[in-house]
Design a protein around this ligand. Structure first.
Ligand code: URA
Length: 431
C-alpha cells in the first residue's frame, strides 16, 4: 500500500477495501503513515464521505489497533456504557454513574479530555483534589467489583489509533465529520466490551452536529455499527443550543453534578441524567423496563443512595468528595441583563469558547487547565429577566480575564420581547 494512493482514491471519490483501510490505519499507528498523510485523507473524507461498509471497516481497523476488554466476562455481568458526542457544560456521566451504580448496575467508563470548545470528563474529575484517572484495567475491574463504579482515562492499549487520530483531527479542522466521529466513538465502546450502549448525540450550536438531520444521520450510523457488532445501541438526541445545566468549567461542573445526584440540580440537566440512567438500567441485567428504570433512578436520588455512591466512588479513586475541597476562582463578576425581556438564545459555542478563554480548556494539547474558572449561566432560554438581573456569573483568575468573560457571555445572550419556542432537553430517541 502507498499512502498517497489511498489518499488519492478518497480524494477522487473512490471506495476503499477493508484490507486497504486496515493497512492504512495500522500503518498510521506504527508511524509508517505520517500525520500529514492522515490529515490529507481525513480532509478527503470530509469532502467525499465513507460508505457504511467503509465506516464499519474503519471502526474494525481502529479496534484492531490495540487490545480489547471483556469487563462483562471478568464481572460475570452484562456491561452497559454511555458516551456523549461532546458539548458545553456536559457533566452527564459524572451524575449518571453514581445513580446507575447505586441501583446495582456496575458502570465502568473510559473517558476523554476536552476537545476544542467542549469539555472532557477527565479534566473535570481532575479538579477534585487527589482524584486519580490513571487506573490500570485490573484496578478498574477490581473497583467495579468492590465499589460498583469507575471513570478512568482511556488505556493507551485500547484503540491507540483513535487516540492519535483524535488529536490530529482536533488541530486539522477534521473533527466534525460524521463517519470519523461514528468510528471514533463506536471503536472505543466496542473495544471496551460494552454489551449495550446509550449514546448522547448533542445537537445545536455548541455541538459538532448542528442540525437535527445531521444528528439523526450520525445516530443511525452508530446504531448500525453497533448492530453489525451485535450490540444494542440507543441514541438520545439532546439539545446543545444552550449550555447544559448552568455550570461550564471543571470544578463548577463537578459541584453541579453532585447537586444533581442529590436531587438539587438544574431542571434540563436533571431530566437528561434521569432519562439516561433509566435507559442504562433498562438495558442492564436487572430485567426491568424503562418505567421501572426511571422509578429506580429517581428513588436512588431521593433516598441518598446515589450520593453515597458518589462519595464511595470518589474516595476509591483517591479524591476528596467534599465539594468544599474543590478549587475556587479568586474573582467573581456577575453578567447583568442589559434590558427587560426574555432570554431568546444563549450561544452555547460562544459560552464554551468564553470558558476556554478563561482557562477552563486547552488551546493546544499540552496547555495546562485552570480547574477553578468557568461560567455559571443562571438565566436559561425562555426565562424572563429584568434589566440588571444576573444572567450569569464569571469565575476568573484575574480582573482582566473576568472583564473579557463578561463581554463574551453578554454577547452570547440574546434578550427578546417574545418568548422563544419551547422544547425539552430530549429532542428524539433512536434505537
Ligand atoms: N467524541 C469522540 O469520542 N470522538 C469524536 O470524534 C467526537 C466526539
Amino acid at each position: 500500500m502507498r499512502a498517497a494512493d489511498v489518499i488519492e482514491r478518497k480524494r477522487n471519490g473512490g471506495e476503499h477495501t477493508p484490507e486497504e483501510l486496515e493497512e492504512f490505519v495500522l500503518g498510521y499507528v506504527r508511524d509508517e503513515v505520517t500525520d500529514y498523510q492522515m490529515a490529507a485523507w481525513c480532509m478527503a473524507v470530509y469532502f467525499n464521505g465513507l460508505s457504511g461498509a467503509e465506516t464499519f471497516a474503519l471502526t474494525d481497523a481502529m479496534i484492531r489497533s490495540g487490545d480489547t476488554l471483556d469487563v462483562g466476562g471478568a464481572l460475570g455481568r452484562k456491561v452497559v456504557d454511555k458516551h456523549s458526542t461532546g458539548g458545553v457544560g456536559d457533566k452527564t456521566s459524572i451524575a449518571v454513574g453514581p445513580i446507575v451504580a447505586a441501583c446495582g448496575v456496575p458502570l465502568g467508563k473510559m473517558s476523554g479530555r476536552g476537545l476544542g470548545h467542549t469539555g472532557g470528563t477527565l479534566d473535570k474529575l481532575e479538579s477534585i483534589p487527589g482524584f486519580r484517572v490513571e487506573l490500570s484495567t485490573d484496578e478498574m475491574i477490581e473497583q467495579l467489583r468492590t465499589v460498583g463504579m469507575a471513570i478512568v482515562g482511556q488505556s493507551d492499549r485500547l484503540v491507540p489509533a483513535d487516540k492519535k487520530l483524535y488529536a490530529l483531527r482536533d488541530v486539522t479542522a477534521t473533527v466534525d465529520i460524521q463517519p470519523l466521529i461514528a468510528s471514533s466513538i463506536m471503536s472505543k465502546k466496542l473495544a471496551a466490551g460494552a454489551d449495550a450502549i446509550v449514546l448522547d448525540v448533542k445537537v445545536g450550536d455548541g455541538a459538532f452536529m448542528k442540525s437535527l438531520d445531521e444528528a439523526r444521520s450520525l445516530a443511525q450510523e452508530m446504531i448500525e455499527l453497533g448492530r453489525r457488532a451485535g450490540r444494542e445501541v440507543t441514541c438520545l438526541l439532546t439539545d446543545m443550543d444552550q449550555p447544559l445545566g448552568s455550570a461550564v468549567g471543571n470544578a463548577l461542573e463537578i459541584r453541579e453534578a453532585l447537586d444533581t445526584v442529590r436531587g438539587e440540580g438544574p431542571a434540563d440537566f436533571t431530566e437528561l441524567v434521569l432519562d439516561a440512567s433509566a435507559r442504562l438500567l433498562a438495558y442492564s441485567d436487572l430485567d426491568i423496563d424503562l418505567t421501572e428504570g426511571r422509578h429506580r433512578a429517581e428513588a436512588a436520588v431521593a433516598d441518598g443512595s446515589a450520593v453515597a455512591m458518589y462519595d464511595r466512588w470518589i474516595r476509591a479513586q483517591g479524591g476528596d468528595p467534599d465539594p468544599s475541597a474543590l478549587p475556587e476562582a479568586p474573582v467573581r463578576v456577575s453578567v447583568p441583563a442589559p434590558r427587560d425581556g426574555v432570554v431568546g438564545r444563549i450561544g452555547a459555542l460562544a459560552v464554551g469558547v468564553a470558558a476556554l478563554e478563561l482557562g477552563a480548556g486547552r488551546r493546544t494539547k499540552t496547555d495546562p487547565i485552570d480547574h477553578a474558572v468557568g461560567i455559571l449561566c443562571f438565566a436559561k432560554r425562555g426565562d424572563s429577566v429584568l434589566a440588571g438581573d444576573d444572567l450569569a456569573e464569571i469565575h476568573a483568575r484575574d480582573e482582566a480575564s473576568a472583564a473579557a468573560g463578561v463581554q463574551a457571555v453578554l454577547d452570547a445572550y440574546t434578550i427578546t420581547d417574545e418568548p422563544p419556542p419551547t422544547h425539552g432537553i430530549l429532542l428524539d430517541v433512536l434505537s
